[in-house]
Each structure stands twice: as C-alpha cells, then as structure tokens.
Design a protein around this ligand. Structure first.
Ligand SMILES: *[C@@H]1O[C@H](CO)[C@@H](O)[C@H](O)[C@H]1NC(C)=O
Ligand SMILES: *[C@@H]1O[C@H](CO)[C@@H](O)[C@H](O)[C@H]1NC(C)=O
Ligand SMILES: *[C@@H]1O[C@H](CO)[C@@H](O)[C@H](O)[C@H]1NC(C)=O
Ligand SMILES: *[C@@H]1O[C@H](CO)[C@@H](O)[C@H](O)[C@H]1NC(C)=O
Ligand SMILES: *[C@@H]1O[C@H](CO)[C@@H](O)[C@H](O)[C@H]1NC(C)=O
Ligand SMILES: *[C@@H]1O[C@H](CO)[C@@H](O)[C@H](O)[C@H]1NC(C)=O
Length: 777
C-alpha cells in the first residue's frame, strides 16, 4: 500500500509541475481547481484572490498579478507567477494543476510554409440544409469579419434560441448593432494573456483590432466553413466559381477571438483560451471548434487549457472539436489527444490543377500549378544563382539576377519548402519556379509567383535537359481544373499522425475531413497570402491545414446535435467514427499522402467523415461520468481530486478501487499498444435505432493475434438498450513495437458499426518499454 501510494504521489507531483521551468521572472501561469462546486462567481473569485495572496506579501500585489478568474464552468485562475510561487501553489490542497500558459498557433499551413489556392467542393444535401437552427457553434479563433454575406441572417431564420446567454461586445471597429444578428449571435475577445506575453497590441494603421473583428482571416475562414450561410458565386479572382456554404448553414455563430495577428501569424495564449471556454459554456454554446494547438512534446492532461476546457464542456454536454496539427507525415506527432475531444485529420478533395509544360526540345511534361497566362521563357537550374543549389535567399551568390527566367528548384536540396523557394526566386527577380518534390505530397499552390510542382522523375529529366542544352527554355500553358481527380480523398501529407504520444491506447486522430485547398470567407483587410508585399484584398480565399478540416466536423456535429439533441458528445463522436469510410472514390484504401502507402487509423482515425450515414449509426459507444472517473483513476488522480473535477451528482461513483487502465474507456476504437499476453477488453453499445433488432459481429483480425468476440450477437429490445461485449486478443507471434490493424463490425444487415482494432504485440521483452507503459497504465 505504502509503495503504491508513494508511487502515485511521485507521479502526481511530476504531472502537476511538468511545465514549470525554474526561473525567477514571472510568467503567465494557470492554476486549475476543478469544478466550481456550484459557488456563486463572487465567492469563487474571493477564493482565487485568497489563494493567490498566499504567495504574495501584499494583497495588492496578488490583485496586480491576477489576469483572469475562471468561475462559471470550472474554477481556476491565470496569474503572473515566478517558479517559486507556482511550485508553492501546486502543493496547496485543492489545487489540481499549475502550469505555464503556452502560446499556441493556428493549424493552418498558410503563413511561411505554404499557401492554399484551390476549391474544395462540398455537396449540398437536403439533410445538411434542414438542421441546425437551434444549435450555437462557438469558434475559438482570430475573430470574424461580420459584414460578409455568409454571416447575414436569413429572412426565415427563427429567433435566437432562448437558452442563449451570450453577448456581442462593443469594441474597436465592432458595433454590435451592425455586426450581430440572428446568425452571428455572439462575439467576444480575450487579450489579457496575449498582452502579458507580448506587450500592448499594435492597433495603429489597422494592424489589429482590439475587438472580435478578424484582422488575419483564419477565424472568418473556419467560421464560414462550419456554419456559413449559402452564398452563390463565390470565387477566388473568378477562379472556381460556385456556391459556398458551411457544414451547418442554418446554425448560429458565436465568435471567441483568442488568437491575434503578430509577425504574420496567429498567436493564442492559453490563459485567454481558458477564459473563452469559461464564458462560452456559460453563454450556452452547443459545439466548440478550435483549430489551434502546439507541437509535441504534449503536456499532461489537465495541464493544458484545451484539455481542461473541453473536459468541462463535455460534462455539460458540449462537444469540442480540435484539429490534429500539421506536423505530418511522421508518426506520433498528433496534438489535442484527450479522449473527450474530437481530433480531426485533414484530407484532400478530388480536385487538381494539371499544368502542361513543353521544353525547348519539344518534350512535354505535366505538373500541378495555378497558371492563368501562358509563359514562354528561359529555364535555368538553381545552381546558377544559389551557392549550394538550394533555392534559399541566404545562399544567393549575390552575382546574378534571375530576371526573365524560370528557375528549377529541388526540395531535396537544402530542404526548402516551395514557398521559401518561390520567395527566394522572387527576391532575385525570377519570373517563376518549377518546384520538384515527391508526388506523394499533393502540394497546394502559391500564387505570388508562377509556380509549377513536378515529381522527382519529371524534375530530374528537366535538369538533364538544362545541362545538355545550350539555350534551355520552357513553355508553360494555363492550368486546367480537373474535378474527379483520383485518388481522393487521400490524407494530406502535413496532417499529424498517431499514435498519441501520451495515451497510445486512445486512437488519435479520431476522424478525417477535407483540409486541402478549401475555399471559404476571408478578412478583406488581410491579403490572401498574408505576405507583406501582397496588396490584394479578397473575401474568399483558399487555405489548407487541419485548421480547415476541424470546422467541417464542427458543422457536422452541429447537424447531429440538432437531429439528436439528447446525444452526448461521446455518442456523437461514436456516430461519426463508426460510420466513417476508409476507401476512396476508386474503392481503394485511402492513401496516406507523404508516403504513397495505404492509410491506417493513425493517419485517418476511424476514416473519412460521412455525415449522411452518421445521422443514423444504429449503435453508439457512449461515455458517462463514471467512464471519465475511471479514466482519471487510470491517470493516477486520487478520489479527492476526482471529486473536484467531475461534476457532483448523487448517482456517480467516484471511487477508484483496484487498478485501472485507459483500455477500459468505452472508446469507439480499441488500441492495445502493449500486448504482452492475452487481454480481454469490454465495450458497451447503446441502440439508437429501431428498438427490436439483432446485431451480428464480424472481425477483421489484425496480423499476429487471435481475436475472439463474445457474445457473437447482440439482441436489443425496448427494455434492453445497452449491451456489453468482450474482445479477447491473444498474441500468436513473437514481436515488438509493430502495430497491426483490424476491425470489429457489428451489423444488423443495414447498419455497419465499425470499430478499429489496433494491436502492438510486445512479447520480446524490453524493460524500458514496459516501464513506460506502466506509468501510463
Ligand atoms: C518570487 O516572487 C516572490 C514574491 O514576489 C519573491 O518573494 C520570491 O523571491 C520570488 N522568487 C524568485 C525565485 O525570484
Ligand atoms: C504597428 O503597425 C503599423 C501598421 O501596420 C506598423 O507600421 C508599425 O510598424 C507597427 N508598430 C510596431 C511597434 O510594430
Ligand atoms: C458572379 O461573379 C462574376 C465575377 O465576379 C460576375 O461577373 C457575375 O456577374 C456574377 N454572377 C452572378 C449571378 O452574380
Ligand atoms: C444562463 O444564465 C442563467 C442566469 O445567469 C443561468 O441560470 C444559466 O445556467 C445559464 N445558462 C448556461 C448554459 O450556462
Ligand atoms: C519542335 O517542334 C516544332 C514544330 O512542331 C519544330 O518546328 C521544331 O523544329 C521542333 N524542335 C525540336 C528541337 O525538335
Ligand atoms: C527587378 O525587377 C524590377 C522590375 O522588373 C526592377 O525595377 C528592379 O530593378 C529589378 N531588381 C534588380 C535588383 O535588378
């Protein structure tokens, strides 16, 4: 007993202090105290000040250090603390965690890495247009440009839902009387954490707005993707004209501006994000969408604002959708991995821009690009201008300019991105670039300099041609728009992949949605490329990233919530996951961009989201408070702490007797990341279809294990809505560290409830790996 207690305590201390580097300078810290015990906000605030006063000599100092008090949906505060103060607070009874507030980024690929430029077509379906009137979607992002057509109120829109408690604030260049309506029903902004980190916001010359108005464009883009009203004739400079609309065009929009433009990027302080969660839950949003995060290493659960905010949201029945991050295609870099959040990967759509080129020797080649005017010019190798041949400006030899020339650049030389290469060639007055990189990348296009992307085979032929010709040249024809492009969808190469680096037994990402070349609304104050020399203004723009995939799912969640108001966030997630598909438009397995290999659940989660089927999934894996209690037990929290975190209710058992593992969580996917010997897993399914029905199981066995599911069939009736089943998995090979993929499918002949089954057999004995797994189990 003693040893296990000490072990837990040791683990716990290291968890709660994980992110506090020892430094005397004060930084923004977040102190998390669990739920609010039903205290009135005033009392909670007094508690916060008293707690903070413990680490300051005078109460005035404590008040000065306080940045936010979180007091509606959960209890805690953000304050300027040095490491001594943070450590002292972490040891106070009743404090669950203390962590340094990080600066998160937007999960868009736009900015310096590369830029989007094409259209993601969304089909219009009757179901998608019907629902959503009663649902409020909260977007945590860079704000909104409220005057755009997609945020207008429709004449047939009902009154604002009675449950709505939110507000539309009056602020810098934001007049709520003009900005807000029955569509955009809430708008707030959070900047105190940002300003403590970066100093006062620069608002001169419209550099930013101290208000919910969007300077950057990203928030307008994600909001219109999730809930934008139908707008005809949307296009990017007349390109790809068509009808644009969000996933739930009738749903209401509440904007929470937590990210601010600084150095051409959106920067979001965790202290601000948590304040937005606290307000949004009190305001009464039904779905939250947050396309933000920060790259691994991941902080422990309850040491990040997103995990804390979404945990309390989930307990209040509010679903929170996050982006998976843009750190792909390497494995284990997925972000936003809490079991109560939805984590979305990005996929491509079936659109491409084939571009024909004819070299001076009459050889014809195809690339991908966005070329509006035919070009005929001299073609030169990057080695003429750059010392090491890489197209990066700091390697410019300083002698020659590339005026009137198309420059051939290889991504493999110097590992530059196409954007860096194009900017470098532009800086030496080049007229265009041909950028050579692996075809598996499915790259999006830049448009500040004519750019054509070609595969290594074509690029190498071009290089040989240049080297063997006296006067090499190339003629480039206008790009064509090709819809029905195959393969599609495939996983965007940048989309972050699983397994989760902190809880490998929980599948992340959960699901995939379109995130490459998405056309959506944009702030007219921001240029389409964000580049300082780009003086253009657009109200529709292309962008790529898991940032764009996330609001697709948020819109779909709004539709499901509207169709099934009584479904919990876990039930909605289950419906999305068990109905997702793994095959592309050619009925092949979805490809994992960046690899040319078939995708597995660590790339796509359960698969590509399938809204029309998700609305009628047949069965769902639900989770209730007890499931979360057991998960907290598995993380090593004590019963006292769990009581502080899980909303009190007379029927909830908050005890942690015995040992617990995250394998027990009723998740709509089964992963056993450390299978040493036979394991039996329990899952429970709730019938949400017609009441009397029989489901039969079938198994796609992962390689190297024997899988047994019992019972073989589940008989649901009016009185038997929830039934448990068991899966016994036995390794039949000697192996280590290799994941194998299978599936369990429950079917009544009409519904197919698919559950990914993923195992990693580890029976060759490796002390380190065992120790690591024990810690998380
Ligand atoms: C932290 O701040 C407290 C209160 O202002 C002060 O007493 C203490 O010396 C500081 N610690 C360090 C390491 O600077
Ligand atoms: C603030 O923004 C203006 C307009 O963009 C710019 O000219 C100025 O340099 C910025 N000031 C600072 C301190 O960054
Ligand atoms: C659509 O937009 C184009 C270009 O912006 C314009 O020429 C055309 O008249 C518009 N069509 C409609 C139906 O509004
Ligand atoms: C809305 O505000 C009222 C009064 O303050 C409160 O009772 C109610 O719980 C709030 N709704 C939500 C969803 O928090
Ligand atoms: C390329 O084709 C054109 C016309 O088809 C011809 O005039 C020209 O001589 C050819 N050039 C080479 C290098 O073959
Ligand atoms: C680059 O081209 C522009 C216009 O084409 C010209 O004005 C400028 O002088 C050129 N830059 C250099 C360094 O030659």
């Amino acid at each position: 007993m003693t040893t296990s207690f000490q072990f837990l305590w040791g683990l716990f201390l290291s968890l709660s202090l994980y992110s506090i580097p020892s430094t005397p300078t004060p930084h923004v810290h977040i102190v998390y105290l669990g739920h609010t015990h039903g205290h009135d906000p005033l009392l909670t605030t007094r508690l916060h000040v008293r707690l903070l006063s413990n680490v300051f000599s005078r109460e005035a100092e404590a008040k000065e250090a306080m940045i936010y008090g979180y007091k509606h949906a959960f209890s805690g505060f953000a304050a300027m603390l040095n490491s001594t103060q943070a450590t002292t607070l972490a040891s106070v009874e009743g404090v669950i965690s203390v962590f340094r507030s990080k600066i998160l980024g937007l999960h868009t690929t736009r900015s310096w890495d590369f830029m989007g430029l094409t259209l993601g077509p969304e089909e219009t379906t009757p179901m998608q247009l019907k629902y959503g009137d009663d649902i409020v979607v909260g977007i945590f992002d860079t704000g909104v440009w409220p005057e755009l057509d997609c945020f207008r109120e429709e004449p047939d829109m009902g009154p604002i839902p009675k449950s709505w408690n939110g507000t539309c604030v009056k602020a810098d260049k934001f007049d709520p009387k003009k900005a807000c309506n029955r569509k955009l029903i809430g708008a707030r902004y959070y900047i105190d954490g940002f300003e403590r980190e970066f100093g006062p916001l620069n608002t001169s010359g419209d550099a930013e707005y101290r208000s919910p108005r969007d300077r950057l464009g990203h928030g307008t883009h994600t909001a219109s993707t999730a809930v934008g009203s139908v707008v005809r004739n949307a296009s990017y400079f007349g390109l790809a004209p068509g009808t644009a609309r969000g996933g739930a065009p009738r749903a209401r929009l509440a904007v929470y501006k937590v990210c601010w433009l600084k150095d051409l990027q959106g920067r979001c302080s965790e202290a601000d994000i948590l304040a937005a969660f606290d307000d949004a839950l009190h305001d009464g949003v039904h779905v939250m969408s947050a396309s933000i995060g920060s790259s691994p290493p991941l902080m422990p659960f309850f040491s990040t604002s997103s995990d804390i905010g979404s945990f309390h949201a989930t307990q209040l029945g509010v679903a929170v959708v996050f982006s998976a991050g843009n750190d792909g295609p390497d494995s284990s870099l997925v972000q936003n991995v809490s079991p109560w959040g939805l984590c979305v990967a990005a996929g491509t759509v079936d659109r491409a821009f084939p571009t024909q080129m004819v070299l001076g020797n009459n050889v014809s080649m195809m690339g991908q690009g966005f070329i509006t005017r035919e070009i005929k010019m001299k073609l030169v190798d990057s080695g003429r201008f750059f010392d090491d041949g890489s197209c990066s400006l700091d390697k410019w030899n300083g002698r020659k300019l590339a005026s009137g020339r198309i420059v051939l650049c290889f991504s493999s030389v110097g590992q530059v991105s196409s954007t860096v290469a194009a900017l470098s060639v532009l800086a030496i007055n080049g007229s265009g670039i041909i950028f050579v990189e692996s075809i598996s990348r499915q790259t999006v296009q830049d448009d500040f300099l004519p750019t054509i992307h070609v595969d290594l085979y074509e690029g190498t032929q071009m290089l040989y041609y240049i080297q063997s010709s006296k006067d090499p040249s190339v003629q480039i024809f206008s790009s064509k728009t090709n819809i029905g492009h195959s393969p599609a969808p495939s996983v965007a190469y940048f989309s972050s992949r699983g397994p989760s680096s902190i809880s490998p037994n929980i599948l992340k990402p959960d699901i995939m949605a379109p995130g490459v070349n998405i056309l959506a609304a944009w702030s007219p104050k921001s240029s389409p490329t964000l580049l300082p020399f780009d003086g253009r203004s657009v109200v529709w723009n292309f962008d790529s990233g898991t940032s764009m995939a996330c609001p697709h799912v948020s819109g779909i969640v709004a539709l499901l919530k509207s169709a099934h108001p009584d479904w919990s966030p876990a039930a909605i997630k289950s419906a999305l996951m068990t109905t997702a598909y793994m095959s592309d438009t050619s009925s092949d397995n979805i490809l994992a961009g960046g690899t040319l290999k078939a995708a597995d659940p660590f790339d796509v989660g359960a698969g590509h989201v399938n809204p029309l089927i998700a609305i009628d999934p047949g069965l769902v894996y639900d989770m209730d408070a007890r499931d979360y209690v057991l998960f907290l037990c598995s993380l090593g929290y004590t019963e006292v702490q769990i009581k502080m975190m899980v909303l009190p209710s007379p029927s909830i058992d908050t005890s942690c007797s015995g040992s617990h593992s995250d394998l027990e969580l009723n998740y709509p996917a089964i992963i056993i990341s450390n299978l040493q010997s036979t394991v039996t897993i329990k899952r429970s399914l709730r019938n949400v279809g017609r009441s009397s029905v029989v489901y039969f199981s079938s198994i796609k066995n992962p390689e190297g294990v024997y899988t047994y599911v019992w019972p073989r069939f589940l008989v649901f009736s009016l009185h038997k809505k929830t039934i448990s089943y068991y899966v016994t998995i036995t390794p039949i090979k000697q192996s280590q560290g290799r994941y194998d993929f299978g599936e369990i499918i429950w079917s009544d002949g009409y519904h197919h409830v698919k559950t990914p089954l993923i195992v990693c057999v580890n029976n060759l004995g490796d002390g380190n790996r065992d120790a690591a797994t024990h810690l998380s189990a």
